[in-house]
Design a protein around this ligand. Sequence first.
Ligand SMILES: C=C(O[C@H]1C=CC=C(C(=O)O)[C@@H]1O)C(=O)O
Ligand SMILES: [Mg+2]
Length: 469
Amino acid sequence: MLSRDYAGAIFERTDARRALAEEVGRVLEGNAGLTAEERIVRLEVPAGDLDPLRWLGSQVMRPRSFWSGREDGTAVAAVGVADVVEGDGTAPDASLRERLALLSSGARYYGGLRFDPERGADEEWGAFGAHRFVLPRFELLRRGDEATLACNLVLPRDAERAGELLDELEGLTVPEGWPGSDGPLPTPVSRVDRPDRAGWGENVRSALEAFEAGRMDKVVLARRVDLGFGEDLDAVSLMETLREATPGCFHFLVEPEDGAAFLGASPERLFRREGRGISSEAVAGTRPRGASEVDDAELREELLGSAKDQAEHSIVRVSIEESLGALCRELKVEDRASEMKLARGRHLVSRIRGILREGVSDADVLAALHPTPAVGGYPKGEAIGEIRALEPFDRGWYAGPIGWIGADGAEFAVGIRSGLVRGGRLSLYSGAGIVVGSTPDGEWAEIEQKISDFTRVFGLDPEERDARA
Ligand SMILES: C=C(O[C@H]1C=CC=C(C(=O)O)[C@@H]1O)C(=O)O
Ligand SMILES: [Mg+2]
């Protein structure tokens, strides 16, 4: 027997779909045959207590995506495409600006960019494109305890598609078994490291030689760890578990086609824009959390007092200051790094705030900021060259900007602490800032600690010993 509350909740959710269908029908009928200028209309109805990831996991419509901010407590699950801006260029410039001019308040394009758009994509990243921003057809948003079901329409073009749209809306499922719990995630049966330990040692030594020769000050080198599973991995369930394990992070999932999903839990903001106001942050320099309070306090002091980590960090701060300085009429930079504490790790952080000059677009900010030396290096060009020469894989969207752009604001995380699900394989990507004072073993262990957010949810305990090396 269904409890009264449970039955009531189901009724409310089915009702949301019906209410939205009525709204959509009304707007499309009113616009049939009109040759008005193109515009985006967003329709929203209350949807009770639905959970966005639960909702997303039960949808059959593709593509799917998920975004939740670090502080604002809003989570957005989305399916389908009302409009898309994609391309091979380094930044989504003119076309996106044109589409944004059509936005009604509340509508946002969600998407991201490859770390290195000038490097051709390897096959596993093929579906993602160099940059891709989607105005979803349907969204389930949750702010606090309240969910909202939304539909984005591009008029007059969607007025021709009334039947198709109402069918799609009809096809949106209401999750069953709520508030049910899923079984545990599968256990990996294989692990392959790229590069392996010997190759990593060579890469780090090659970077150290470049510093000695005066060619570079810093380069962030990454590793890829492939976990193999005996069955297909459900990306939405993984996102759900990862999200619980990583409070205080940006959470994202992009699934452009069935069986290929990029997802992660990043602590790092690339930038947030509200009107002309912009905030960014330098996040670099790392230690794990301690097992005991005493241990934890020691690690905190060790990080704050580490000359190597402070140097690794200040290169990022100075570079962001330079990039944003050129675009802002006011800029304030914290001159001292403080600690960012995460569930399993800690970083040095310095915050930056400014006011953008008139006419500077989000695409301009993306082009100026990305990649910061928290994921690229310094100088930028040399570091990218070194990454291309040394890393034996395509980073794809790992370490690229990921987030949303709306009419009055935008927000991008740096797409780190992330992985690519392809059928029964999860490729985890993670990097470490190599500077003078780095050692192959120390940076290997730092990356092990960074990927432990993921490996722990599969029950693989990282070697704590290594993480402290
Ligand atoms: C490049 C990554 O982390 C960056 C962000 C914070 C700390 C970092 C570090 O201490 O090396 C990295 O620069 C990653 O997680 O893949
Ligand atoms: Mg580091």
